[in-house]
Design a protein around this ligand. Structure first.
Ligand SMILES: N[C@@H](CC(=O)c1ccccc1NC=O)C(=O)O
Length: 344
């Protein structure tokens, strides 16, 4: 079925796109202005591999810890140098459209965060075609429950995901923890360049491996459900971040998810990261001086009441409510991309 065959209401921009345009909107590597697609993907992968090698060589760690019985249900924990009973735990879920990537090349933020007293957990899950979306969501849920059970005196659990991983992290806003016998001490969500409504993905080449039906897509779309869910902890913050050079569809997805969070009872913030593409957002998390990796002297205080800060970071949030001009931006980037193609 082609998406153009579906008779649909007019307000949703992706439903009016040609199959080719939709494919391009959901191909993040085509939208960077710094590097061509293949090079952008290669650079991202190299930076992830190097950050992971460095984290494993320099940090105290527990690697390949099983959080379930499945072969792929493993996580890596990286600790700060100073031993402490109660640490904040930062869990990262990698991207790759639920069909590529692994924990073994995704320890981007370990160095800057462990240096500031945060334990970082990089979670593996069974990507497609081995895993289905439902299974991945279940695995991620169990990984969070596992960390809470293993470290019950943690100083907060922070969930961070990139792209498809941001989707998986966002699904944790909907999780039913009673089933897992534990309520994780969730204090923050950091959703970077995520996909929150999966329906458009069904009509792209990504669905060859994913095999999502409309029911699968809707069941696994936090965009459709999050406004009806109450936060377990009303102080828990959600930061939705998108790169300036992400595609208009990625901008729309992040902005609409942020708006929906605000319609519910979530304490959400939205940030468009200047001069960054889909991959640079994560690559820059390796840097100690990046705005997103600043924890500050009292990292958890913002979540305990302070509202406004001068910038956003993975461990701090700022309230931003002006709508980004993503449709205007879309035109400018389309022009830019057209130019780039014609220059090749
Ligand atoms: N084939 C995609 C790859 C991709 O989307 C991706 C790659 C690494 C990390 C995140 C990604 N996007 C979403 O999960 C592309 O060319 O952009």
């Amino acid at each position: 079925m082609a998406f153009s065959d579906v008779g649909l209401p007019g307000e949703v921009p992706w439903k009016k796109m040609s199959a080719e345009e939709l494919e391009s909107q959901y191909c993040p590597s085509q939208w960077g202005v710094r590097l061509r697609a293949e090079e952008a993907l290669r650079t991202y992968s190299q930076i992830g591999i190097e950050a992971t090698r460095r984290a494993r060589a320099t940090r105290k760690s527990l690697l390949h810890v099983p959080y379930g019985d499945g072969e792929g249900e493993k996580l890596d924990i990286y600790f700060p140098d100073e031993a402490a009973e109660a640490l904040p735990f930062f869990l990262f879920f990698h991207g790759g459209y639920w069909q590529s990537g692994s924990k073994d090349e995704s320890a981007f933020m370990v160095d800057p965060l462990t240096a500031q007293g945060v334990a970082v957990v990089i979670v593996a899950y069974d990507i497609a075609p081995k895993g289905t979306l439902d299974q991945m969501v279940d695995q991620v849920t169990r990984s969070v429950a596992f960390v809470q059970k293993r470290y019950p005196s943690n100083e907060g659990i922070y969930l961070c995901g990139h792209s498809a991983g941001a989707h998986l992290a966002a699904m944790m806003l909907l999780a039913n923890w009673t089933k897992h016998g534990v309520t994780p001490n969730l204090k923050g969500f950091f959703l970077m360049s995520g996909v929150f409504d999966l329906e458009p993905i069904m009509y792209t080449s990504q669905n060859v491996a994913l095999q999502l039906t409309l029911e699968d897509a809707q069941r696994n779309s936090p965009q459709l459900k999050v406004a009806q869910v109450q936060p377990v902890d009303p102080t828990c913050r959600v930061l939705v971040v998108v790169g300036q050079f992400d595609s208009p569809e990625f901008h729309r997805q992040s902005w609409e998810f942020y708006q929906t969070l605000c319609q519910g009872e979530w304490k959400a913030s939205f940030e468009q990261l200047h001069d960054m593409d889909h991959f640079e957002i994560v690559e820059n998390l390796t840097q100690k001086d990046n705005v997103l990796t600043q924890v500050g002297p009292h990292p958890w205080q913002p979540f305990r009441g302070r509202q406004h800060r001068s910038c956003c970071s993975l461990l701090d949030v700022q309230t931003r409510s002006s709508r980004p001009a993503w449709s205007t931006w879309r035109n400018s980037v389309s022009t830019k991309n057209t130019k780039k193609v014609s220059q090749m």
